[in-house]
Design a binder for this molecule. Structure first.
Ligand code: NAP
Ligand code: G4F
Length: 326
């Protein structure tokens, strides 16, 4: 019998890639979206799976709604990817970020406990929880030090996932994923902002790229490979938590340099450092150690930093070019 999966955050980057991956594995996939005046299914359309995913309205703010969705869908696996996921906005909206990103995960776990504790549960945790890092590189044993309302909310969700596993025996896993990017990344995140603006500049539609902290370093991987790790975690004999990362770190400046080089331009001619994009507190360095995932899940990253930058730039060159008829 085909397994059934429910993905919250189906309209986001990871939701789309995970849906595609599970459909290829023969799953029946339900995608949960929150009601809005215009539901954005662009990413599912981009991947050509819009009609293959069954959609159901679900808001992480509403426990009754979540319970009814679980009763209707009867999933074998739930992937909780929904969140207010933009760190910068979490400083402006700390309470709603806590409600969605933190308490939202608790509502999902509580609904699983009430409806069917046999459901396997994946929580989208984040390397942001390491924040002001206490060790380099970061692995599952590194102490957390959140540096934003987003990270604090994710840390609460992480510990609730561990707690529901230990207290109620729920098969609940927390994937501590480092930054992962793709052509489906939201435009507000720095990698996509860079590759999209590079494409605009190349097509003569923009003249500069305004960025904040150029020295921040991240461990950037390729999103389609990271959703495979989510699935692998739920296929193990025992639930556990895993760091998923490439083990390489690069600065925002290096990303910009590489992206401009892809189109034969010098980043220094276009990038303007603008304090408007600084954060009240930033995470300066992230680099993950995914040895546990390699050994226990057999997972390892395949796309290099240079390949990632190039594939994002090329996708944006095509998109921007198509839009302006070139
Ligand atoms: P994303 O593109 O920002 O997608 C977030 C999703 O959450 C969207 O579908 C959004 O729906 C949905 N959502 C927001 N508030 C909701 C609510 N109240 N109820 C139901 N759905 C809601 O994020 P992503 O990059 O795919 O990341 C997926 C998850 O992994 C997130 O939890 C993120 O925090 C976490 N994570 C991401 C990374 C990364 O590098 N990408 C790394 C570590 C962890 P709308 O379309 O309606 O806004
Ligand atoms: O691309 P970012 O906004 O991603 P950030 O803050 O690392 O968060 C992302 O990854 C997390 C995993 O570690 C996820 F949990 C989270 O949901 C999200 O997907 O910023 C990366 C770095 C920051 O240090 C930021 O200050 O880039 C710096 N930056 C410099 N200029 C900028 C900009 N970030 C953005 N978004 N826009 C800028 O203009």
């Amino acid at each position: 019998m085909a397994k059934t999966a429910l993905i919250t955050g189906i309209t986001g980057q990871d939701g789309a890639y995970l849906a595609q991956f599970l459909l290829e594995k023969g799953y029946r996939v339900w995608g949960a979206f929150r009601r809005s005046s215009t539901v954005n299914l662009e990413r599912l359309e981009y991947l050509g799976i819009r009609d293959k995913v069954e959609l159901v309205p679900l808001d992480l703010l509403d426990l009754g709604n979540i319970i009814r969705v679980l009763e209707k869908v009867q999933p074998d696996e739930v992937y909780n990817l929904a969140a207010q996921s933009f760190v910068a906005v979490s400083f402006e909206q700390p309470v709603v970020t806590g409600e969605i990103t933190g308490l939202g995960a608790a509502r999902m776990l509580e609904a699983v406990r009430i409806v069917n504790p046999q459901i396997k549960f994946y929580q989208a945790s984040s390397s942001e929880m390491f924040g002001k890092v206490q060790a380099v590189p970061q692995n599952e044993n590194t102490p957390f030090y959140p540096r934003s309302p987003y990270a604090a909310a994710k840390l609460y969700a992480h510990w609730m996932t561990v707690n529901y596993r230990e207290a109620y025996g729920i098969f609940a896993c927390s994937g501590i994923l480092f930054n992962h990017e793709s052509p489906l990344r939201g435009l507000e995140f720095v990698t996509r902002k860079i590759t999209y603006t590079v494409a605009q500049i190349k097509h003569g539609l923009a003249r500069e790229l305004r960025l904040g902290n150029l020295e921040a370093r991240r461990d950037w991987g390729y999103a389609p490979e990271y959703v495979e790790a989510m699935w692998l975690m739920l296929q193990q004999d025992e639930p556990d938590d895993y760091v998923i990362a490439t083990g390489e770190t690069h600065s925002v400046k290096e990303f910009a340099q590489e992206a401009f080089a892809c189109v034969g331009l010098d980043w220094r001619d276009y990038v303007v450092e603008d304090p408007a994009f600084y954060r009240p507190a930033d995470v300066e360095l992230l680099v993950g150690d995914a040895t546990k995932a390699q050994q226990k899940l057999g997972w390892r990253p395949r796309t290099t930093f240079k390949e990632l930058v190039r594939l994002m730039v090329e996708a944006d060159l095509k998109r921007v070019g198509d839009r302006c008829g070139r």
